[in-house]
Every structure is written in C-alpha cells, then in structure tokens.
Design a protein around this ligand. Structure first.
Ligand code: UT7
Length: 433
C-alpha cells in the first residue's frame, strides 16, 4: 500500500487482511472482526525456505464480505505488438509464443515525447481513469458518491502513487484515494481490502472503486525472450457498494431433513447468497521473492555535506527478472489450493462455480488449475490472447469483457484468483449482480 506518511493510520484503523502474522502471534488467524472466518480448509502456516515449498508465511480466509459489484470497466493502449512483431525483437516465433503461453498480441503504452500531442498521451493515469469512469457509468453512481478509490499497480506514473490523480480526474471529490502494490495479485488484494472498508458498518465507507492498472512494458527486459513476450499494459476497474444483505440463498438440498441449515424443502443453506464477495483467501511468501522481482538499483551520488559528503543512492529500478519455470510451478501448485480455501470460506464447492477467472498469465496455467480443481475448461474466462499478461489489470479487464459480452450474467458465481511477485496469491469468490 503506497500512502506515504499516512499508510500506518489507514491500515491500523481497518485491521484488515495483510498484517504480518507475527502481529497476532503467528499461524492462521481471522482477518477482522466483521466477517465470518473459516479456517477449516486452510493450509498450515509455516516457514518455508523457498517458493517451491507448499507453505506460505501468511494467510487469511474470510467468509462473505458485505459489499457487491455494481460496475465494471476497462481500458487498453492503442499500440499493438503482435507475436510476429516480436520475431524482430528477440529470437522467438509466433508459434512458440502461442503454444507455450496462449498469447497472440499485447498492447503497450508508448513513450511520451514532449513534442507529442498531450491529448493523445496514454499513461497509467489515463487508462485507470477511463476504466474507472466506465465502471462508474455502469454503476449508476455519481463521482461524489464514491468514498474510496484504491489503485492496485506496480508501475505507477508517479512513485507516490496514481490514485489521487485518478480520483481527481473522475471528480471523486469525497473519496480518499491510495495505491496498493501487490503485483499481479494487486486487484484481488485491492478488492478484498476495499471490501473490508465497506463491510465495516462504523467506517462510513459506502462505495468504492478498485482499479487494477499496470504497464510492465516499462520494466520488462526487452532482450530477454523468456519474459518480454508475456507482458502487456492495461487497466480495469470495479465499483463496489456496501450491502446490508446477510441472508444466504438455498440450494443443493442434502435431503437429510435435519432442519438445521435447511429450508422447509430440505435445501441446504449456502453462505453468502446475495451478490458480492462470498469468500476469499490470501497468501504471501517473501521467500519466493527471487523468482519474480523488479529491484531498486540506484547509482551513487555525492551529497556535499561538510567534510567528505554523503554518498546516497540516486533512484532507478533494474529490469524485471523472472524465473518462469519456478513461477509456473508455484502458480499451478498454489492457485488450486487458494481457490479451494476461498470456496470453503464461502460455503461453496467447485460444482457451484459458473466461471473460473484467473490472472491472465499463461493459458496452460489456467487449464492446469481448472483440471486440478475438476472445473471444466470451458468455464475459463480468458482474453489473454489479445492482451498478454497485464498484471494487476488482467482480472478486471477480462471480467469487463465477459460481463459486457453477456458471458457473465447476474447471479453467476465467478471464482477469481491472482498470483505473482512477492510471491503473493489470493482468491475471491464473486457473485455478479
Ligand atoms: O504474472 C505472473 C508472471 N509470470 C508467469 O506467470 C510466468 C509463468 N511461467 C510461464 O508462463 C512459462 O514458464 C514461460 C512461458 C515463461 C516459459 O515456458 P516454458 O514452457 O516453461 O519454457 P521453458 O522455460 O521450459 O523453455 C523451453 C525452451 C528453452 O529452450 P531449451 O533450453 O529447451 O533449448 C527456452 O530457451 O524454450 C526456450 N524459450 C523460447 N523459445 C522461443 C524460452 N522463451 C522462448 C521464446 N521463444 N520466447
């Protein structure tokens, strides 16, 4: 979370998902006092020495969060780079990229030439604002109704964050705005975080916009064929509103007639019936940091204090570095588990899932996760072929297209999962409506 000096104030007040477990004595713990918590299917929390371990250092599973999605939007840059184009950049082929990843083309932000047309200039701020504005329009809310603008990004235009600029461009004059950095898990973590604000009855927050926006073309190593072929730029946004609904729906009669959690016809009550975030789970494991990162790499600069001066490190970042094989193994191992945890927290099973929406990194990861969970591959929502891996933008970008095309309908249950650098990974079960 990038809030500069104000960060601690916000996180401490909300007591939400991403505290180090040591704050509470380690191990698994409930995320907050406002949501149901189900630890029954949690993976044990334990230290691990590498990202190849199945354990993670922190984990939170929550049941229903009282908020629901009412608008979705997305935006992407004009400039397209196809796989064929990349054949002139690195030693690769369209055939290799399509069969190994499922990607055909991606869109990228181009350099802003000072002499260029400022009106035409695209950035994280312009893409994020366009996506959020389109989500806001679908929601029927006005900008003044928004209390929170949360921007998940790892490639902000401004190191101090883009959320305040995006909120200003939307005229969300009553909103507090801040950035959250959790790489490709950012939109998922941001949605859960915003949900915690909205579901806290005493917070006063009623409506939130969560934007996922990234331009990893800025940080990719364009000489490294293992990684540069994967990434594209884009933005997506969701509008969430607080709900009072607490009643679950009734489905899947177990017919035991015990009357406990059942209606009069023997239908089992399923937690989290109304639209919204029905369940979630989040993990991180910094021991896997080495497998995917974009490190600070400053150069020495003498600040001429009296005497010899002080050599500070003047800022810049290295190129992104990725061990694709390890990230692939991590994703296919952990994502099925985190989805299962979120489904358990929602009181649902894989049979209840209408759509599987994973971070759009590699079609083979999506298919493997679906197969491991026993979810038919035709339930996968994907637009990876046209956009590549857009990091924090990938889930809302794909969801926007799926909602607007009618693929996702009111009442559908969407199992979402994000994963990426950190390492971090998380899942949320959404009922659209
Ligand atoms: O947001 C999360 C970010 N990252 C991910 O999700 C990445 C997860 N990992 C992956 O998606 C896959 O591991 C990659 C797509 C990155 C790589 O696919 P792979 O099937 O794991 O390939 P590999 O690394 O095992 O490489 C196989 C071969 C190698 O050649 P040799 O050693 O067998 O001769 C690579 O050098 O393919 C070669 N190769 C390429 N060839 C043509 C690697 N990249 C390319 C390329 N074009 N772009």
């Amino acid at each position: 979370m990038k809030l500069s000096c104000a960060t601690f104030l916000f996180t401490a007040g909300q007591t939400f998902a991403f505290q180090p477990s040591s704050f509470l004595g380690g191990g698994r713990r409930s995320s907050n006092v406002f949501t149901n918590v189900d630890h029954s299917s949690s993976t044990p929390s334990a230290s691990s020495s590498s990202s190849s371990s199945s354990s993670s250092l922190s984990m939170v599973a929550t049941g229903p969060i009282n908020c629901r999605p009412i608008g979705i939007g997305s935006a992407s840059p004009r400039t397209v780079i196809t796989n064929l184009d990349l054949e002139s950049v690195v030693e690769t082929s369209d055939e290799w990229i399509r069969t190994r990843t499922g990607i055909s083309e991606r869109r990228v932000l181009t350099h802003n030439d000072d002499d260029g047309d400022q009106q035409q200039h695209e950035s994280i701020k312009t893409l994020g604002s366009t996506a959020a504005s389109s989500a806001l329009e679908m929601s029927g809310l006005s900008p003044e109704d928004i209390d929170l603008v949360l921007v998940a990004t790892s490639s902000a235009d401004d190191l101090f964050g883009d959320a305040t600029s995006i909120a200003a461009s939307l005229d969300c004059s009553n909103a507090v705005a801040f950035d959250l950095t959790a790489a490709c898990s950012g939109f998922l973590f941001g949605t859960i975080t915003a949900g915690q604000f909205l579901s806290n009855p005493s917070s006063g927050y009623r409506n939130a916009i969560v934007v996922g926006a990234d331009a990893l073309s800025r940080w990719a190593d364009w000489d490294d064929r293992n990684s540069c072929i994967l990434f594209g730029d884009g933005a997506g946004a969701i509008v969430l509103t607080a709900t009072e609904e607490k009643e679950g729906v009734y489905k899947h009669g177990d017919g035991d007639g015990d009357g406990g959690d059942e209606d009069g016809e023997g239908n089992k009550k399923v937690l989290g019936g109304p639209p919204g975030i029905l369940g979630s789970s989040a993990h991180s494991n910094g021991k896997g940091y080495k497998d995917l990162n974009c490190r600070y790499g400053g150069s020495p600069r003498v600040v001429a204090t009296p005497g010899d001066g002080v050599v500070i490190s003047e800022g810049s970042y290295e190129r992104m570095s990725m061990n694709g094989k390890e990230v692939y193994k991590f994703a296919t191992r952990e994502v099925p588990k985190v989805l299962k945890e979120a489904l358990d927290a929602a009181g649902l099973t894989v049979d209840d899932v209408d759509h599987l929406l994973l971070h759009q990194a590699n079609i083979r990861i999506m298919e493997t996760v679906a197969q491991r969970l026993g979810i038919p591959v035709d339930k996968i929502i994907t637009n990876l072929a046209s956009y590549g891996n857009t990091s924090a933008a990938s889930i809302p970008l794909a969801l926007d297209e799926a909602v607007r095309s009618g693929q996702v309908k009111k009442g559908d249950i969407i199992a979402c999962a994000g994963f990426g650098a950190g390492l971090s990974w998380g899942a949320a079960i959404l009922r659209w409506g």
